[in-house]
Design a protein around this ligand. Structure first.
Ligand SMILES: *Cc1c(COP(=O)(O)O)cnc(C)c1O
Length: 441
């Protein structure tokens, strides 16, 4: 067991090797460029998957999708954009690329995503302080968990601010039966190597209509006007997905539903095996499941929706990563030695370049029991990782306005991500749970 390493979420190809078939076709037909039949085919697959008559543009990354959505919302120098603080940096960095300022919103406890109450407070306060409305609202489906979409959309609609859903981690997650990324004006998807499906690296933007789709397509291809020569009336970007990567994507779309089902299965197993372990709580979606009564959903007040004659769960997470929290009082073996040495490359150094940490500790870090458990799991061949450090606690965003309630900072100190990808077997989950139990005193 210990000689095999268990990773958080490793890329996994279709049994039939369809990814390679599409790539081979691209080579055979000389479509080795950032456009072509695989790109068009992948976009069509994505449009079918997300539904709602959306148009999709395949891009070189999820980060570029966030960037283009912000541009399409008119974000520019001096503007403010509201964004969930508890996220990966790709949700907020593109705001700064545009010379705008992120305004960070803390989370609510149920989904760990954007707190609607703080959202409204922030909108009011920004208008009062700056005389301007924020240009967009970016909620994030952290680890795949849907946000409180109805409340966020209600507020966004009332203030007439467009929503850009960052569903990079939530590909295939649903809210009231509808796929995330299709509620807001724009929806961001990521196909990085560790996401629900991969194109090696890549992303996509879900757009609301033909005009928006056309505009995003222009921005993604250097904004070239239709002349026999290069003519540019706006600044564009080289963000279109390569036909090779899209070939991988087409193959991956044949197994996306299997991947999602597997992640949910792994989550259910963690929930089952850890339910009696004191001091350890698996983070689960709010259990608002409805049932049919006289042909109607039993929950009313807009709590539920009918999909194909069936009522569906309000929250339906893809459980891209499974997460748990450790009670601060829980004792883990070796926690007295946590943070005694500078750690190299636990998360950083992904590109093979390590910017050595200057200190063993920072002013905001996971509790010692969490770090001790991470180290113990690492030694047992299991990749575990602290949950994402909130953006409002990042040194680089020191100056950005933030509306906080302490929730994301608290979860950051007690939270941990566990392996959940397609390669994680039931036996692996049992081994991971045993390793956790063995290290609790
Ligand atoms: C992965 C991710 C993105 C996009 O990332 P890329 O690596 O550029 O595809 C955006 N937002 C969140 C929350 C993510 O986790």
């Amino acid at each position: 067991m210990a000689n095999k390493r268990i990773y958080l979420c490793l890329a996994h190809m279709s049994e039939a090797g369809l990814e390679q078939k599409y790539i081979k076709e691209a080579f055979d037909t000389n479509w080795v460029v950032p456009l072509g039949p695989n790109v068009n085919g992948f976009e069509k697959d994505l449009e079918e998957f997300v539904g709602q008559d959306k148009r999709v543009v395949a891009l070189s990354s999820g980060t570029s999708a966030v960037h283009l959505a912000l541009i399409a919302c008119g974000v520019g120098p001096g503007d403010e954009v509201i964004v969930q603080s508890f996220t990966f940096c790709a949700s907020s960095h593109p705001i700064t690329y545009l010379g705008a300022t992120p305004v960070f919103i803390d989370s609510e406890r149920e989904t760990w995503n954007m707190d609607p109450e703080l959202l409204e407070e922030a909108i009011k306060d920004r208008i009062a302080k700056t005389g301007k409305k924020p240009k967009a609202i970016v909620p994030v489906a952290l680890y795949g968990m849907p946000y409180q979409m109805d409340k966020i959309m209600e507020i966004a609609n009332r203030y007439e601010i467009p929503v850009i859903e960052d569903a990079a981690e939530g590909f295939g997650s649903k809210y009231k039966g509808q796929v995330l990324g299709t509620f807001g004006k724009y929806g961001v998807l990521s196909f990085n190597g560790n996401k629900m499906i991969t194109t090696s690296g890549g992303g996509a933007l879900i757009t609301p209509d033909e005009d928006s789709w056309r505009e995003i397509m222009m921005y993604a291809t250097q904004y070239r006007e239709s002349y026999p020569y290069y003519q540019h009336e706006k600044i564009g970007y080289n963000y279109r997905m390569s036909n090779i990567c899209a070939g991988i994507g087409r193959g991956q779309m044949t197994i996306v539903n299997d991947h999602i089902a597997h992640h949910k299965h792994v989550q259910a197993l963690y929930e089952e095996l850890l339910k009696d372990v004191k001091g350890v709580t698996v983070h689960s979606q709010p259990k608002e499941k409805c049932s049919m009564f006289n042909g109607q959903c039993s929950m009313f007040n807009g709590q539920c929706s009918m999909v194909n004659g069936q009522c569906s769960m309000v929250y339906d997470s893809n459980y891209w990563l499974c997460t748990l929290t450790l009670d601060p009082d829980l004792k883990v073996k070796g926690q007295e030695n946590a943070y005694k040495t500078i750690v190299k490359g636990a998360v950083g150094g992904a590109a093979g370049v390590i910017h050595a940490a200057s200190t063993a500790v920072t002013d905001c870090q996971p509790n010692e029991n969490v770090e001790a458990l991470r180290v113990a799991m690492d030694q047992a061949g299991i990749e575990a990782r602290p949950v994402w450090k909130p953006m409002h606690k990042q040194p680089v965003y020191r100056e950005a306005p933030a509306y906080v309630n302490g929730v994301s900072e608290e979860i950051f100190k007690i939270g941990m991500c566990l392996p959940a990808g397609p390669y994680v077997s039931d036996e692996d989950v049992r081994y991971i749970v045993e390793t956790i139990k063995e290290n609790i005193i």
